[in-house]
Design a protein around this ligand. Structure first.
Ligand SMILES: *Cc1c(COP(=O)(O)O)cnc(C)c1O
Length: 419
């Protein structure tokens, strides 16, 4: 990537040859001085696809026009609503369509899946997770182990970065798993750490967990729609995600879950049940005795929150048209370009704590400031850049391949170097 150039002309030339450039047109951008902002927050809340308002209107019309009959007669019949997502989600996470389902929200799904996959037996009750995981995940683990009568300080093993480092050595995760051995019930990791942007080696961690007889599950909040995933081939047991970050499905948008077919197809594998997880042929017979349908969809409890899912429908369509391979190719190059430019900056004191190896990160760079971080962040905001501030001293920027341009990346650099 040494052919990069730190100039606006170069950045614009790259936009002209970018096959994904037209996809930007499908999104609404917040405005600053009557111009689109430079939006680097797609890892926190993705932008709104323009199609959402049309599809939302359509859903409202169908409700008005059909009432209850909309379950079968609506443009996207509500009875089957969750089915419309499975194929497109499956492509994004690398699974079969029976292994995925759009339902609930992320932390709720994490708890539901823990009820199936964290069932301590005798001395096998420990959980390994990354230190500095997203707070919701920490709280979920803490209360799950308490529910089973364990002390979180004993039951949860956190893997920390080495002295003076910010990212976690893969080797340390693998050796902690081996050391925990028979006491280990579950390894649960973020696919991509929200703070540092570190992408974990899901395949190796999963294999290490299985080697000691533990399950491996992942919170893919920052991984889905961002990095390559092959959950089925990597033998991942379960995973969950939200859809409002890279997947652009709106604030509080519907989450999702993956369950490997080994468990999804086993009617005796434990899951908490509701009517929507029941076999669809007998769902409306209202009989006693839960009969799980096949796959991850059997973890569903309630009927689909249709209005919440409209944006998901619009967004997944765009992902399908753009293609994950194309998005990831652009992502690698765009993030590398940002890294190249940030390394030229001499007037500010910061370090990039995200891994430098492109295969160990997605579309995010975290800049750790030794001083004046908050001032720099406020300066960016005042100059039409939306980035993300994380206490105590990190600015996260995500050049997302779906709608960010090389020009956006160049302008960010230009604003920073003129501080
Ligand atoms: C964004 C995020 C969440 C948010 O959880 P919700 O249940 O969707 O509110 C949870 N975990 C991680 C790792 C996240 O990045």
């Amino acid at each position: 990537m040494s052919s990069f150039e730190a100039s606006l002309e170069y950045a614009q030339s790259q936009d002209q040859i970018d096959i994904l450039f037209p996809f930007r047109e499908r999104f609404l951008f917040p405005q600053h001085n009557n111009k689109d902002v430079h939006y680097f927050c797609g890892n926190s809340l993705g932008l709104q696809p323009k199609m959402v308002s049309y599809l939302m209107q359509k859903e409202l019309e169908d409700w008005g026009k059909y009432g209850v009959e909309g379950h079968f007669n609506a443009t996207y019949p509500w009875f089957s609503y969750h089915h419309f997502f499975a194929e497109r989600l499956a492509k994004i996470v690398g699974a079969s369509k029976e292994e995925v389902v759009a339902m609930n929200t992320l932390t709720v799904n994490l708890h539901l899946l823990m009820l199936s996959f964290y069932r301590p037996q005798g001395s096998r009750y420990k959980i390994i997770m990354e230190a500095g995981a997203f707070p919701s995940d920490q709280y979920a683990m803490e209360t799950q182990v308490k529910m089973h009568g364990f002390d979180p300080y004993d039951a949860i093993i956190e893997i920390t970065p080495r002295e003076g480092a910010y990212i976690i050595e893969e080797e340390d995760i693998l050796s902690a798993i081996a050391d925990a051995g028979d006491s280990l019930a579950l390894v649960i990791m973020g696919g991509v750490n929200y703070y540092t942007g570190q992408l974990f080696d899901i395949e190796r961690i999963t294999a290490a967990a299985h080697a000691v007889g533990a399950y491996a599950g992942y919170d893919l909040a920052h991984a889905i729609g961002n990095v390559p995933l092959k959950l089925h081939d990597w033998h991942v047991d379960f995973a969950c995600w939200c859809s409002y970050k890279y997947l652009n499905s709106g604030p509080g948008g519907v989450g999702g879950a993956y369950v490997h077919e080994k468990y999804g197809d086993d009617p005796y594998f434990f899951r908490l049940a509701g009517w929507w997880g029941n076999d669809e042929k007998t769902r409306f017979k209202m009989q006693k005795g839960f009969v799980p349908q096949k796959g991850a969809a059997s973890w569903q409890m309630s009927n689909a929150p249709v209005f919440n899912m409209v944006a998901h429908n619009a967004s997944l369509d765009i992902f399908d048209k753009a293609g994950m391979k194309e998005l990831q190719d652009k992502s690698k190059k765009l993030t590398a370009y940002l890294e190249f430019l940030l390394r030229q900056i001499t007037n500010l004191s910061f370090e990039i704590i995200t891994p430098a190896d492109p295969s160990r990160r997605g579309a995010q760079l975290s800049m750790l400031f030794n001083e004046r971080g908050r001032e720099v962040f406020d300066h960016l905001t005042a100059n039409g850049v939306i980035a993300d501030w994380r206490e105590p001293n990190v600015i996260r920027v995500a050049p997302v391949p779906m709608y960010n341009t090389y020009e956006d990346v160049y302008m960010l650099y230009e604003i920073l170097r003129n501080i």
